[in-house]
Design a protein around this ligand. Structure first.
Ligand SMILES: [Zn+2]
Length: 438
């Protein structure tokens, strides 16, 4: 996404434009296809395909609430005199800031360093075996790498404003791809371990910069053929002119995402979920609303797979963020089961849900923000709530179980005292805190 101020033709009015690299569809394709290139030893993570696709544009959506997000999605690299002169810029962020100043570097966009920072986060999540978190960082990584393969995200002429091709950004990434992305097929290819470095990231940015001109030329050709930049004839011609390199860019993006995820996984020591015994558990679900959590990590994390045994009775399932799984309508925003989270489920009849998976590691940790959270209970036995929540007790405003019973520490109100496997809890915190389960 780009959120920038562009000078109007009159030269006096400023307006804001919103650009989403590759659009929602493009980022979905890129992220999903990255799993096609996962090496055999990462077979477990093939199950991430749907989730990586579903979360492919999370980074764009964050832009509406996080003012630091927008400039992570692009770099106007040709605004650097070094690039114009040599086709390269100093790749070290501090060095670049020393030369050009903080504000100039920030305004040009910080895409390459956002990729490197996300790699660090991904590797840390792998190291601490926090799988859901790792998947979300991998999805963000895929997004930023995808943006780095969208030529108009690496140039000052990002919307054709300097070449009389105003509006090319969304024509190319959204208008065209929404019409023709179904024609792109890609089977994955083998990847090697890569050294994660600024060289690697800038390497593909320099390579992809060449296609800025290709996009602009395709637009000119299509405009000449169609006589406009709007109708089907224009988009057919734009696709015709650009499909070769566009398919290649998408494919390269997917490959590089796979290589980077693989590298961070190797660097983290190649952890695989569930080193330990497989456990069979069963979740008893009532007719109507339930507030539940999982205390084994399902072998296959996909919600579709986990909920399959009760799918004929399940109307809706929601997590604490309000993301839903509605099987009858094929809606699955949840993607994967996370033992840290609680879920609300509505069933037309009672049912027992068998779950096969791995025991949660001791010390499972949840980052909680201020306000409401719906948390899971990943332990396999009941425990006193004061013991489980000891470390965050003074920050708890209120906690409520699925029966509507509450605990309010400040008033010594204890309508329940045990936390129970399979249940979930609504928790109100007066400030952010980290919950570490015993
Ligand atoms: Zn973006």
């Amino acid at each position: 996404m780009r959120f920038k101020k562009a000078l109007s033709l009159l030269g006096i009015l400023y307006s804001s434009y919103l650009f989403i690299g590759w659009g929602y569809v493009g980022h979905q394709i890129i992220n999903r296809n990255s799993t096609l290139s996962f090496p055999p030893e990462m077979a477990y993570f093939l199950g991430w395909a749907d989730s990586l696709a579903a979360h492919g544009s999370d980074a764009d959506y964050r832009g509406s609430t996080d003012p630091t997000e927008a400039h992570k999605h692009y770099i106007d690299i040709d605004n650097y005199p070094e690039f114009v002169a040599t086709g390269r810029i100093p790749q070290d962020y501090e060095k670049l800031v020393a030369i050009h100043g903080d504000s100039f570097v920030s305004v040009q966009g910080i895409l390459p360093w956002a990729i490197l920072a996300t790699m660090d986060s991904l590797q840390a999540a792998f190291s601490s075996q926090r799988w859901q978190r790792a998947m979300l960082f991998a999805a963000d990584l895929g997004h930023y790498v995808g943006d780095g393969h969208m030529p108009l995200h690496i140039t000052r002429n990002y919307n054709g404003q300097y070449s009389g091709q105003y509006g090319i950004h969304s024509r190319y990434e959204t208008g065209m791809l929404n019409r023709y992305s179904h024609q792109i097929s890609y089977g994955g290819s083998s990847i090697d371990y890569v050294t994660v470095s600024a060289d690697f990231v800038f390497g593909f940015l320099y390579e992809n910069y060449v296609f800025v001109d290709s996009v602009l030329q395709a637009d000119n050709a299509a405009t000449a053929i169609a006589g406009n930049t709007e109708d089907d004839a224009y988009y057919a011609a734009l696709w015709d002119e650009s499909r070769g390199f566009t398919a290649r860019l998408l494919e390269n993006a997917s490959n590089r995402i796979a290589a980077l995820i693989y590298a961070s996984w190797i660097n983290a020591g190649s952890p695989i979920p569930g080193i330990g015994n497989i456990v069979n558990a069963s979740l008893n679900l009532n007719r109507g609303w339930n507030m539940v959590s999982f205390n084994v990590i399902p072998v296959d994390l996909n919600v579709d797979v986990v909920m399959q045994p009760v799918v004929d009775k399940l109307v809706i399932m929601k997590n604490g963020d309000g993301q839903a799984y509605i099987p009858q309508y094929g809606i699955n925003v949840i993607g994967q089961i996370d033992i840290e989270e609680g879920y609300q489920m509505y069933l037309t009849d009672q049912a027992a849900l068998p779950v096969t998976g791995f025991e949660a590691a001791p010390g499972t940790t949840i980052d909680l923000s201020r306000g409401w959270s719906l948390i899971g209970y990943p332990l396999d036995q009941s425990m006193d709530i004061r013991k489980v929540l000891e470390g965050i007790w003074d920050k708890i405003g209120l906690i409520k179980n699925g029966m509507g019973q509450v605990v309010i520490p400040a008033y010594d109100i204890m309508q329940f005292t045990q936390m129970v496997p399979g249940q979930a809890y609504q928790l109100y915190l007066t400030e952010a805190a980290i919950l570490i389960f015993p």
